[in-house]
Design a protein. Structure first.
Length: 305
């Protein structure tokens, strides 16, 4: 009986210590590529997300006409201007949900040709999405810019970051007027964003733990994922918060990385949320999350704030 009581007390103490070391986390989600996303407004009103990435501005740079690909919701192919998102963005922000514009994606229709080209793109992004002037989304002042660079050249992305960083400093007198984040692959160094990450001035990094078999969760277990997470926490400068980006359903990733919610909350989350740079989880994407209810299943463990 005494040994049973001692064991119970030991387990209770371990549980308390684990909870006391755990960090609160947030949930981010990509929105814009599928009609089953639902509206931007309903996404923010779900109560499941702290950050929403409007995805994507996927044509820009090298004298291309900048173009949003939100054709599942609005735009030329829908005959519905995306300025309808202005009021929905305001709903999100009034609820405390940060709304960022995601650049890039998997299409090969963007790149930067020079440092001066990066400056032109930075000015366009600020004027049209961050300054409350009229732009493709109406008179919006989004909460930031998200670099999701997955194709093309790896040149000049750090120049674009520096230009945006300079703009936000001049706009506010401190580096806090809008967020700058990036989504590299879990393979380190990232082939596109390594120089940007090494600036040390990103606010958040959303590490993409899918479509990268060498460093993602697999049938063999969690070891590759944990080793990659440890490499990122060891190599990223202090002050930058790290999110683990995951597919919200098995068919959301073409080359693996899906983690069953129960496996995530028991095998992965108890480890990553004790690291000081941990900030939460990002999901690809809203339409898959609507069908799988992934965010609903992991939210109690994430401890949203």
């Amino acid at each position: 009986m005494a040994s049973y009581i001692a064991l119970t007390l030991t387990l209770s103490l371990l549980c308390f210590l684990t909870l006391s070391l755990a960090n609160n986390g947030k949930i981010a989600v990509y929105w814009g590529q599928d009609a089953e996303d639902g509206s931007l407004k309903s996404t923010c009103e779900s109560g499941n997300y702290n950050i929403v990435f409007i995805s994507f501005l996927n044509t820009f740079g090298c004298r291309r006409n900048p173009t949003l690909n939100l054709d599942a919701h609005c735009g030329p192919n829908m005959d519905k201007p995306c300025t309808i998102l202005s009021s929905e963005t305001e709903v999100c922000q009034n609820k405390g949900v940060k709304v960022l514009l995601a650049l890039g994606g998997q299409t090969p229709t963007y790149s930067l040709c020079s440092a001066s080209d990066a400056k032109v793109v930075a000015t366009y992004l600020y004027d049209n999405f961050l300054s409350a002037q009229n732009g493709p989304l109406g008179n919006v002042s989004l909460d930031g810019i998200h670099f999701d660079i997955q194709s093309g050249s790896n040149l000049y992305w750090d120049n674009l970051f520096h230009e945006l960083d300079s703009i936000r400093y001049r706009a506010s007198g401190s580096a806090s007027s809008f967020i700058l984040s990036a989504a590299p692959s879990c393979f380190l160094p990232d082939p596109f964003l390594d120089a940007t990450i090494k600036t040390g001035n990103l606010d958040h990094i959303f590490i993409r733990f899918y479509n990268s078999p060498v460093c993602q969760y697999s049938a063999d277990g969690v070891l590759s994922l944990i080793n990659s997470w440890n490499a990122w926490t060891a190599n990223v400068l202090g002050g930058i918060s790290l999110f683990m980006e995951l597919p919200a359903s098995p068919d959301a990733a073409s080359n693996g990385g899906y983690i069953e919610p129960s496996n995530f909350t028991t095998q992965v989350l108890p480890y990553i949320n004790t690291t000081s740079s941990y900030a939460g989880v990002a999901l690809w994407d809203r339409s898959h999350d609507v069908k799988s209810l992934y965010s609903n299943k992991i939210k109690p463990g994430i401890i949203m704030i």
